[in-house]
Every structure is written in C-alpha cells, then in structure tokens.
Design a protein around this ligand. Structure first.
Ligand code: SAH
Length: 356
C-alpha cells in the first residue's frame, strides 16, 4: 500500500516511500521492477533533487514522475556559523514556506547533525524556544531525510551521526519518525546505522513502550529536567499526563527489552532544579539504573526568563552524581554564539518578519 496521506497538491511524496512501495508505483506505471531500485538510489544515495538529473531513467518516465510525484528538498533560508567554525546552523525552508532548523556540529570523531521532527512543538516545556508558537505541523519522513541530505548538498560534508533533538517532539510524530529511521539505515540509501542515532523525547510514555517493542539499536534520550513531580509539573506539562514514576518504569522496561542504556538530559535552571539537594534526589531516583546523565546549563531564551547558575554550581551538581556512582557529564557547549539552542534561530527569523 502506498502512503496516500503523503500527497501534497495531488503529488506523491516519493522520498518517503520504501523500496517495495516504489516497486508498486513503478509497476502501476507499467515499468520493469529494476527501475524502482534505480529510483531509490537516485533519491537516497546520489540524492538528486530533480527528476531530470536521473540520467538512466527514460525521459518519458521522468516526465510521468514529475507530473505525479515531488522530491522534498528543503531550501537554504539562512546560515549561521560559530566563530570557531565548529557549528553551522541552517534555517531550511520547506515546500510550504515553513522553516525548520538543523545544526551541524563538527567533532574530532566526526560530524554530528541535529535535526527537527516537527514545525514548532506542542509539548509546552517552559524553557524551550521551539514551543512558543505551538505546533504548526509534523514533518514528513522525506523532510527529515531532506535535512540530512542538505548537509552534503549545501555544506559538502558527510554526516556521521544524528541526534533528533531539534525542533519538535519526535514521539508526537511517531509513524513518520519510524519510517524515517527505516529509510536512513537502508543499505541502498545513506546506510546510517541506528547505533549512530540518538532520539530525544520529553517522555511520551505510550510511544516509548511502543518503540521498545521494535528493539531499535538507537540511543534513547529522556528529557528529565527534574527529580520530583512538583518541579517537573511546573516546567514540563507532559509530566501531568505521564509522571516521573511512570516515565522511569517505562525507561527501565525499555532497557530490559533493548539492552540499550538510556541517556537522561537534565537542563540546569538556576533556582529551579539545580540545588545540591536536588542532585541527591536525582541520584536516588536513577541510582538503580545503568544510564548516563547529560547536564546542560540552560540556554537562556528571551521569552522564558530562566537563567543558568555558575559553572561551579553545575560542577558541584555533577560531582554529587559521579560520587554516587552515576555517569554524568556537563555538556560541552556548541555554538551558543549562533543561537544554537532549539528553535532560537527560527524564533529570531519569525520576529524579524521573515516567516509567516
Ligand atoms: N522534544 C524532544 C527533543 C527536542 S529538545 C525532547 O524534549 O527531548 C532537545 C533537548 O533540548 C531536550 O532535552 C530539551 O529539553 C532541551 N532544551 C530545550 N530548550 C532548552 C534550553 N533553552 N536550554 C537547555 N536545554 C533545552
């Protein structure tokens, strides 16, 4: 069955199709099966953005494809580069004029790309810039792939690892994200192993449980940000639906099923969740788990009013966890000079009246 819900202006989103669906499309066009393989390679290995570039596909078939299908290729709208060159942030424009962000971080061990999964977000985390205007729409699988492919097209760089930590809540766009994950690891496509992918969620428990059944080999990151329900309720509305106990039970079950260690994200917000007492509580909460804690001094976003504490306070918080036997690190910061925190460039662009 071809995904009929991925049709825009009567045209089929061809990049979101799996090889077997392409085969069906090709069969419906009266063409031999091997054309489907050629098409998949043009789209996902050579990553062309125009049917006319598919030189081994007959002209008549290319014409038919152009009439009935579209290739999702986001256009560059804005680019920011950090002073040290380690981070490039791309503001990309989608087919309907909406804009999303992708951030490329160049590490010693390879290039890591942070991608968006939705236009905006409806989860309402108080410290996050992506959620300020709410959710506009989900991204298609092709639009998530399009961000990865844009890095080689626009920056001439290879992507070695991916983090799904950009704009949006990936588990609130579950089917499209699962399909994206299937396409990105395909041997005839980019062939990126899930072991090089991290997916971050604010804690949509039923979807974490569903994902556990799939036994994917990616790293699941949980945005925890608090060690008690009272604090988490205040900064993350999702906690009112799925509280800390439910979330951690689901995480333990996830680890038991997949054998993949969970990574917890904890943004340190001054006076909200960063006291030594809270570090001790966190230690107690996670103490029986094999996990890693990523401490992120909160990125100040103009609209939120949240501030970060001193470096010393962050180090003290980290030490309490380490001394208690939990692997914790303070995240190395990338590109704070280019608004690299989630959704900040999109906000800035919108404020300047360039986004509708
Ligand atoms: N919706 C997903 C992924 C996107 S956000 C999630 O919630 O996990 C990626 C990470 O950045 C999350 O851990 C999120 O809580 C965190 N984050 C968002 N805004 C931030 C800010 N201003 N400072 C520090 N971390 C922030």
């Amino acid at each position: 069955m071809i995904f009929t819900d991925r049709v825009i202006d009567q045209k089929l989103d061809i990049m979101s199709l799996l090889p077997e669906e392409l085969e069906q499309l090709i069969a419906d066009m009266g063409q031999p099966k091997f054309r489907a393989k050629q098409l998949f390679e043009w789209l996902h290995q050579k990553r062309v953005v125009d049917f006319d570039e598919m030189s081994n596909i007959p002209a008549a078939m290319r014409q038919k494809l152009k009439e009935s299908c579209f290739i999702a290729a986001p256009k560059e709208s804005r680019r920011q580069q950090s002073a040290d060159g380690s981070t490039v942030k791309l503001l990309l424009e989608l087919y309907d004029g909406n804009k999303i962000e992708s951030v490329l971080m160049r590490h010693d061990y390879g290039n890591s790309l942070c991608i968006s999964s939705q236009v905006g977000c409806r989860m309402g985390c108080r410290f996050c810039a992506s959620t300020i205007g709410g959710k506009v729409r989900d991204l298609l699988p092709s639009e998530m792939l399009g961000q990865v492919y844009a890095v080689s097209r626009l920056l001439g760089l290879k992507v070695d690892s991916l983090v799904m930590m950009g704009i949006g809540e990936p588990l609130d766009n579950f089917d499209n994200v699962m399909r994206f994950l299937e396409l990105i690891k395909h041997p005839q496509g980019l062939n990126l192993s899930h072991r090089h992918i991290s997916l971050s969620t604010c804690g949509v428990v039923p979807r974490i449980d569903e994902m556990a059944e799939k036994k994917l080999q990616l790293t699941l990151s949980i945005s925890l940000h608090a060690c008690d329900n009272e604090t988490r309720d205040k900064i993350m509305p999702v906690n009112k639906s799925y509280d800390i106990n439910r979330l951690l039970d689901s995480c333990k079950a996830y680890f038991a099923k997949t054998g993949r260690r969970i990574s917890y994200e904890y943004s340190l917000i001054s006076g909200v969740n960063d006291s030594p007492e809270q570090a001790k509580k966190l230690l107690k909460l996670l103490g029986d788990q094999s996990c890693h804690v990523n401490l992120i001094p909160v990125n100040p976003v103009e609209e939120t009013g949240f501030k970060r504490g001193s470096r010393k306070e962050a180090e003290r918080f980290c030490k309490i966890l380490n001394d208690g036997g939990i692997s914790a690190t303070i995240r190395r910061e990338f590109g704070t000079d280019i608004d690299a925190a989630c959704g900040q460039l999109r906000r800035k662009d919108a404020k300047e009246g360039k986004t509708t």
